[in-house]
Design a protein around this ligand. Structure first.
Ligand code: UD1
Ligand code: CA
Length: 457
């Protein structure tokens, strides 16, 4: 089948007013990726090498976004929203280039499984003219009903055009169609708009193709494949389904999730086998975790790379550019941004490391802060291999601590420290014997005198 050429036409011109959003509907995200990008990915996975994106509302924003998630896609503007067949025809120039297979997909149906598309393409390869991906549901309200006769699909009837009898049909149009490229334009051009909504329905090509004696069939996929997103409640539902699928995939690939329902993945999260993830962990985009890591509860990780056998959290925040090498440790209430924590280094408690390198085996004491920002620019802190940073120190960048450097607790370090040197950046302690007691007595008698003066009046 791989030698069959395939175009996917993705309809994304819907207005999506029920999202109540300034953002075009299909740019709302699932797992950190616009829903339409999920559709593009599925099309690619099913072998659709070329994509035509039909856009309308928010065309400029859509075009700009598409350069990121579908750089190869051609965009076509459907000026007026006259129906799904009309929308597909906006991509006429692409379709008329002549493909073996044309897949029509909806940009607001992000959970489509590439396997369902592959099955439909196989049917085309076997000679079908039109293949509709259907699903069964106990509650078919709102969906087009698939009307079959003798195992063949003869029509799709939209809800508003159904007779009472037809409304009882539970086999529905999932909205995805595979059409033989040689027939696609002819069929689409034959569609009229004499129906309850006065729209050019893509679904009408079924009746037209069937009338011409073409082989028209429906395949069946699960309901999720057809889940169309119209509002934010449905968006959350789709997110939930996506997350459940991903968690299962992670567990089956060797990742331990103690409380899977509380762990959130992004579309591109990579996580190695024998990694253990405790409850309530969030993986934002761009995370790569190698094998054998422990991600403790309530950690928030985004744009970070974590090597083998690292230990992260609980309550750790790894921000973009954080890179933990083997066996590094970032503990509770630590934030790491744009910094490399080299092999075996420890950043255990209440620390901010930003724009920095922490050398192998270094130990960063509780409350250490790299002061990387003066309100205008960012500066770099370099901490050498095996250095020891005493608790509650501020390292004012740009600054470098040499290999084996030792920083006394509570220091404010503004000048670089050579290898193996000890640096104090704080006032020396002064201890005065007996002075504590003396102070206490003085304060107590002053308070008593004040109280007595008050009660005399
Ligand atoms: C459509 C199907 C219905 C199916 C259902 C599955 C048609 C006529 N009906 O109904 O059989 O059961 O999906 O969810 O196809 N769009 C455009 N331009 C237009 C009209 C629509 O780009 O002029 C896009 C929308 O953005 C959307 C998709 O096409 O992504 C489907 O349109 P929508 O109006 O939501 O169709 P449904 O009524 O849901
Ligand atoms: Ca819809």
């Amino acid at each position: 089948m791989s030698q069959r050429s395939c175009l996917s036409v993705i309809l994304a011109a819907g207005e999506g007013t029920r999202m109540k959003s300034a953002l075009p509907k299909v740019l709302h995200q699932i797992a950190g990726l616009p829903m339409v990008a999920h559709v593009v990915k599925a099309a690619e996975a099913a072998g659709a090498g070329d994509q035509a994106l039909v856009i309308g509302h928010g065309a400029d924003e859509m075009r700009k976004a598409a350069t990121k998630f579908a750089p190869k896609a051609e965009t076509f503007v459907q000026e007026k929203r006259l129906g799904t067949a009309h929308a597909v025809l906006a991509a006429r120039d692409a379709i008329s280039r002549g493909y073996d297979d044309v897949l029509v997909m909806f940009g607001d149906t992000p959970l489509i499984d590439p396997d369902a598309l592959t099955v439909a393409r196989l049917k085309l390869a076997e000679g079908a003219g039109v293949v509709v991906i259907g699903f069964r549901t106990a509650n078919p309200t709102g969906y087009g009903r698939l009307i079959e006769k003798g195992g063949k699909l003869v029509a799709i009837r939209e809800e508003k055009d159904c007779s009472d009898e037809e409304k009882k049909i539970t086999f529905c149009n999932g909205g995805l169609m595979a059409v033989a490229g040689s027939q696609a334009l002819k069929l689409l051009e034959a569609v009229g708009n004499k129906n309850a909504k006065g729209e050019y329905y893509l679904t009408d090509i079924v009746e037209i193709a069937s009338g011409q004696g073409l082989d028209v069939i429906a395949t069946e996929a699960s309901f999720e494949n057809a889940l169309g997103i119209n509002n934010r409640a449905e968006l959350a539902e789709a997110e939930g389904i996506w997350q459940r699928r991903r968690r299962r995939e992670a567990m089956l690939s060797g990742v331990t999730l103690i409380a899977p329902d509380t762990v959130y993945f992004s579309h591109d999260t990579e996580i190695g086998a024998d990694t253990m993830v405790e409850p309530n962990v969030w993986f934002g985009p761009g995370v790569k975790i190698a094998t054998g890591a422990k991600i403790h509860a309530f950690s928030h990780i985004e744009g970070a790379t974590v090597a083998e056998n690292c230990d992260v959290g609980p309550f750790a925040r790894l921000r973009p550019g954080a890179e933990l090498k083997q066996k590094a440790k970032v503990g509770n209430f630590c934030e790491v941004k744009q910094a490399v924590i080299e092999e075996g280094a420890k950043v255990n408690h209440l620390t901010y490391i930003g724009d920095a390198r922490v050398g192998a085996g270094a130990n960063i004491g509780a409350g250490t802060i790299t002061c990387n920002y003066d309100g205008y620019s960012k500066f770099f802190t370099d901490i050498g291999e095996g250095a020891f940073i005493g608790s509650n120190s501020s390292l004012v960048a740009p600054v470098a601590i040499g290999k084996g450097g030792y920083i006394a607790s509570g220091s404010v370090i503004t000048e670089s420290v050579p290898d193996d040197a000890l640096a104090f950046g704080r006032a020396r302690q002064k201890t005065i014997p007996g002075k504590g007691k003396e102070l206490r007595e003085r304060f107590a008698s002053a308070a008593a005198a004040k109280k007595k003066a008050g009660s005399d009046h």
